[in-house]
Design a protein around this ligand. Structure first.
Ligand code: GLA
Length: 715
């Protein structure tokens, strides 16, 4: 619901309320974000004559009105607001002051149209558009607020009436007048993504950012801003996601009067976008979510929202259980070996075979061939179409790995178009995994990639594509961009990437696209709009995965996690864990296998087959239920998935430390109905007993053992 009354906009999206007012100078002030309020909260604004605070000329001799402390919907530089700005523009005369004032507003049905930038979908969406104008610059700033269910999606667009250099245009900017806040960010590294870090928001600005041209393993464009003291079940907290997969920055700071500011922006501090008269720039959307009851309810709301309004599942979607060839054979295979792998996997009742890296022209190691997306018939011993047919005969659907944004110097593509790679003229190449990044900011390169992939995908009977991306962008320099457009190469790159993905999905609506960037280096809401599943991490060790899965679950639905059982000792860290444990951990996502079934003993095969059957039984609950992170410390990781009607649940736990004469562990469940009787391993308990007293976890006396229990309501 969007209401406008006495110069105050009140947006109520489910339990999330957002309020702004147009003040006496036509400036837009931010009044409130949080639980419902029924009237204007402008009584909370404070006006005071404060030392060193600046006052605009219209105020005459009055010294109590200053942007040094007023909560601004658009925070600008040059008018007395010394905090981080959400917009930075250099005018033709070199000045950087902006002064955007209210012009008009409109309310429309539907979502914001910012194609091909990622956007949510939803039939009942309504969007408020507020138009602001900077008189001197003759420039309009459009603020969009799209209400869908219990979330608000914001985006911003500039329309230039004179030439401008845009240095920053944030997607979301929030000022909180009171309360103390903490910010949770999700940092990591390759093979160890999204580890939560909580920092108090104080006077020194916190910046969470990626400058890698991707959202990255090291940071994530999702944060939780929470009132101090918030935990899994208590406290007001806000989720902010950028629907963006490139560089980004999220800034949080407190000012001298204890107000907190949060700004989320696509691109980093090196961004500049030149606009000529009449041109526009739209920055990506940001998703704002809210909970009054701590992190668990926030995460579950985000997960439900993502499933309903972000993920576009392919036509005839199936809950595939896949086998991926990567850890089974890396690049060492031929057609016969792959068919044998598929047959063995089919016997375990998997139903999708994914041919990973190594299938195209001369690709026997990672030094060559990226860019040449034609099958290597001499290696495969057959064409890709024949292989696909043969795999299908084993009863499996067929999927293929590609890494289309990259090129190796040793490739036909690079030989023909050396200038298609991003590189700085007059400097030596900067390689990573011995590859270069194609300049997708160029239309002809983007079009070439799209056409090449269309040709490749046609006639192969593909059910699945894994879209990989295995390096960061170092030198953002395009051979054809003008000097002034070099600093927007990263932005244009992303726009074209989304366009390619959109066009491919349109032509191949039945293909399930799984995103990947060395595992989870581009795990974000932007990619999830185009690839509803993402390989969570290159680390397949069950114990490390627990950290990665728990961390990722704060901001993303587990339905989107590519999650595989791999071999032991684990290829990334050498750890040995029981098969049941590996499988239990892989249950927290979209299940698959990543090894050679022939290496299993008969009893392991039987165990895995029954695990796959069990996963299929539980897949609906796992992918659509609510997740409760029950416990995670040096001894135990325990989690519970409960169906939306609370009638079914799956409790899982892994023992992380082993001792002689070990302790018993009891865990209290959550999310059940207190008066409903549940059946648990043949015994009956009220939900209240399970939630208030708990259940004992019966672990086998063995290192890293796991425990899993299905729970069902009797009525
Ligand atoms: C990346 C992916 C892996 C695999 C390899 C292939 O590292 O994350 O899963 O596809 O590339 O080169």
């Amino acid at each position: 619901m969007i209401k406008y009354e006495d110069c105050v906009f009140t947006l109520q999206a489910g339990k999330l309320c957002y309020q702004m007012m147009i003040d006496k100078h036509s400036k837009l002030l931010h009044l409130h974000t949080g639980s419902e309020v029924k009237e204007s909260t402008s009584h909370l604004l404070s006006f005071a004559d404060r030392g060193f605070s600046a006052n605009i000329e219209e105020e005459g001799r009055e010294r109590t009105y200053s942007y040094d402390f007023l909560p601004c919907e658009v925070s600008e530089r040059g008018l007395g607001d010394f905090r981080s700005s959400s917009i930075l523009i250099e005018a033709e005369d070199g000045s950087i002051t902006t002064d955007f004032r209210f012009e008009s507003y409109s309310i429309k049905k539907g979502v914001i149209d910012i194609h091909p930038l990622p956007m949510a979908y939803g039939e009942d969406a309504e969007t408020l558009e507020i138009k602001l104008k900077d008189e001197k610059l003759d420039c309009f700033l459009i603020l969009y607020y799209c209400l869908i269910d219990n979330a608000i999606i914001t985006a911003r667009k500039l329309i230039a009436g004179s030439p401008l250099s845009v240095r920053k245009l944030s997607s979301l900017s929030l000022d909180f007048m009171y309360q103390d806040y903490e910010i949770m960010s999700f940092n990591g590294r390759h093979c160890y993504e999204r580890q939560p870090l909580i920092q108090e928001v104080r006077e020194n600005r916190i910046t969470i950012s990626s400058r890698r041209g991707t959202s990255s393993h090291q940071a994530n464009p999702f944060i939780i801003l929470a009132e101090k003291g918030t935990d899994e079940v208590h406290g007001n907290c806000f989720g902010v996601h950028l629907l963006w997969s490139g560089s980004f920055q999220i800034e949080a700071e407190r000012n001298q009067f204890s107000s907190t500011r949060l700004i989320a922006s696509a691109e980093d501090e090196f961004f500049t976008f030149e606009l000529k008269k009449g041109e526009t720039l739209t920055m990506p959307a940001a998703l704002l979510t809210f909970s009054e009851q701590g992190y668990t309810s926030l995460s579950n709301d985000i997960a439900a929202f993502t499933r309903k309004h972000i993920l576009r599942l392919p036509k005839e979607y199936r809950n595939y259980v896949l086998l991926n060839s990567w850890e089974a054979c890396y690049m060492d295979f031929n057609g016969e070996k792959l068919i044998k792998l598929a047959k063995d996997a089919a016997e375990l009742d998997t139903d999708l075979f994914v041919l990973d890296d190594g299938w195209f022209l001369g690709r026997n190691d990672d030094y060559t061939s990226l860019g040449d997306w034609q099958e290597d018939e001499s290696k495969l011993g057959m064409s890709l179409s024949e292989l696909s047919e043969k795999i299908r005969k084993t009863g499996m659907a067929f999927g293929l790995w590609v890494e289309p944004e990259m090129v190796n110097e040793e490739s036909n593509l690079y030989k023909q178009h050396p200038d298609w790679a991003l590189k700085t003229p007059g400097r030596k190449l900067v390689r990573s995994r011995y590859q270069l990044v194609l300049d997708l900011s160029r239309t002809e390169v983007a079009e070439y990639i799209l056409e090449t992939l269309k040709k490749l995908f046609r006639g192969k009977n593909l059910s699945y594509v894994k879209w990989d991306y295995n390096r960061s962008i170092t030198d953002f320099y395009s051979a054809t961009a003008s000097r002034e457009n070099q600093q927007s190469v990263g932005y244009r790159y992303m726009q074209n990437l989304y366009w390619i993905l959109y066009e491919l999905r349109k032509e191949f609506p039945s293909i399930l696209f799984e995103g990947c960037s060395g595992g989870g280096g581009r795990f974000d809401m932007g990619m999830l709009c185009y690839t509803p599943q993402i390989w969570l991490s290159d680390n397949t060790d069950a114990i490390d995965r627990l950290d990665i899965q728990f961390g990722s679950s704060y901001g993303y639905p587990i339905a989107a996690f590519g999650s595989h059982v791999s071999t032991c000792p684990n290829h990334q860290n050498g750890r040995i864990t029981p098969l049941y444990t590996r499988s239990t951990v892989a249950f927290m996502g979209s299940y698959g296998l990543e090894f050679t079934p022939a290496t299993l003993t008969e009893s392991e095969k039987a165990e895995l087959k029954s695990e796959i059957a069990e996963y299929r039984k539980q897949a609906e609950l796992i992918k659509k239920g609510n997740l409760y992170r029950l416990r995670k410390d040096e001894n135990i990781a325990a989690w519970l998935i409960v169906s939306n009607d609370s009638k079914e649940a799956l409790l899982s736990a892994v023992k992380l430390s082993t001792h002689g004469n070990d302790l018993d562990y009891c865990i209290r469940l959550r999310g059940l109905e207190k008066d409903v009787i549940y059946e648990v391993a043949g015994q009956h308990f009220h939900g209240s007993t399970l939630m208030n007293a708990g259940l004992k976890l019966h672990f086998e006396n063995k290192e890293y053992s796991a425990f899993r229990l299905a729970i069902k309501a009797l009525q």
